[in-house]
Design a protein around this ligand. Structure first.
Ligand code: ARG
Length: 265
C-alpha cells in the first residue's frame, strides 16, 4: 500500500510539473547550469550524448525504441488505446532549444495487467517516425543486469524540486534484490523477478520525480548502450538506503518486442 502511494504521488507530481513547463518556457535563455549543486548527484548531459532520450509532455522520460516507438513507464500513461495528447521532444538536452524535434503520439500501449505494482512499462507510438536519432536497444537477457548504470532525464534535481530545462545524467551502481529487499532498505517491497535496484546505500545519487519512464542503461559487450531499466519508483529521492527501483527490462523484453511489432515496429 505504501508502495502504491509512492508511485501514484510520483505521477501526480509529474503532472503538476508538466504545467510548470510552460513557466519555464517563458524564462530567458541561460547558460546550462552545472557543477556539484546538480543534485541527485548528476551533471548536465552534453548535446548529442544520449540521442535516444525522450521528454514526454506529461512530465516523464522515455527512450526511443524505434523511430516510431518510445518506451516509458506504465505509470506515466493512462491505459491502452488511441491517444493523441502526448508530445514527445527528442534530440535536445535543452528543452527550449529551437533545434528540438517534436512528435505527437497516436497510440499508447500499457503493459497488460498493470495495476500499479510492477509491470511498469508502456510503449507510445509517434504519429510519424523521427530520423537521425540512434535508438536504444533493450536488454534481452539478464547478462547486463549488474554493474554500473547511467540514468538521465529532466526530472527534479532535488527531492521535491522543480523539473529541469537541461537533461541531467548520473551513474548508479547495481543493488542486488537481496540487499534492496533487506529490512534496512525496502523490506520486501521490491518485486525481485521484474524490478531492479540501483543507487548508493549512502544516497546522494538517484533519479527523481519526472525522470519516470526514462531509461537506465549501460554499455554491452560491444560497447553499445543497452537499456536495462525504466525509472519506476523510490522512497523520496537519493535518500540513504533507498536506491531507485527500475523496471527490469530483460524480464519483459520478449513481451515488449512483440507489442512493438504489433504496433508496427
Ligand atoms: N515515480 C517517479 C516519477 O513519476 C520516479 C521516481 C524515481 N525515484 C527514485 N527515487 N529513483 O517520476
Amino acid at each position: 500500500m505504501a508502495r502504491w502511494r509512492r508511485i501514484l504521488s510520483g505521477a501526480a507530481a509529474a503532472l503538476t510539473v508538466a504545467a510548470m513547463g510552460s513557466l519555464m518556457q517563458s524564462s530567458p535563455a541561460a547558460a546550462a547550469p552545472d557543477g556539484p549543486d546538480r543534485v541527485v548527484g548528476g551533471t548536465t548531459a552534453t548535446q548529442g550524448e544520449f540521442p535516444f532520450m525522450v521528454r514526454l509532455s506529461m512530465g516523464c522520460g522515455g527512450a526511443l525504441y524505434s523511430p516510431t516507438l518510445v518506451l516509458t513507464a506504465a505509470h506515466c500513461v493512462n491505459g491502452t488505446g488511441t491517444n493523441t495528447s502526448i508530445t514527445a521532444t527528442i534530440g535536445v538536452v535543452d528543452l527550449q532549444s529551437t533545434s528540438k524535434v517534436t512528435r505527437r503520439s497516436n497510440y499508447v500501449y500499457r503493459a497488460p495487467g498493470y495495476n500499479g505494482n510492477g509491470k511498469d512499462w508502456a510503449l507510445i507510438r509517434l504519429a510519424s517516425p523521427v530520423t537521425g536519432f540512434a535508438t536504444l536497444p533493450i536488454a534481452r537477457t539478464t547478462a547486463y543486469d549488474s554493474g554500473t548504470f547511467t540514468v538521465a532525464g529532466w526530472g527534479a534535481a532535488t527531492e521535491g524540486g522543480g523539473q529541469q530545462r537541461y537533461m541531467r545524467k548520473a551513474t548508479v551502481p547495481f543493488v542486488s534484490d537481496a540487499t534492496c529487499n533487506s529490512s534496512a532498505m525496502y523490506n520486501g517491497q521490491v518485486i525481485a523477478s521484474n524490478e531492479i535496484c540501483a543507487g548508493y546505500a549512502a544516497g546522494g545519487v538517484d533519479t527523481c520525480q519526472g525522470d519516470s519512464g526514462g531509461p537506465m542503461f549501460r554499455r554491452d559487450a560491444a560497447n553499445a548502450w543497452v537499456q536495462v531499466g525504466i525509472v519506476s519508483w523510490g522512497d523520496g529521492c537519493a535518500r540513504r538506503n533507498k536506491p531507485g527501483v527500475y523496471t527490469q527490462v530483460s524480464y519483459f523484453a520478449a513481451t515488449i518486442a512483440s507489442a512493438a511489432s504489433s504496433l508496427g515496429g
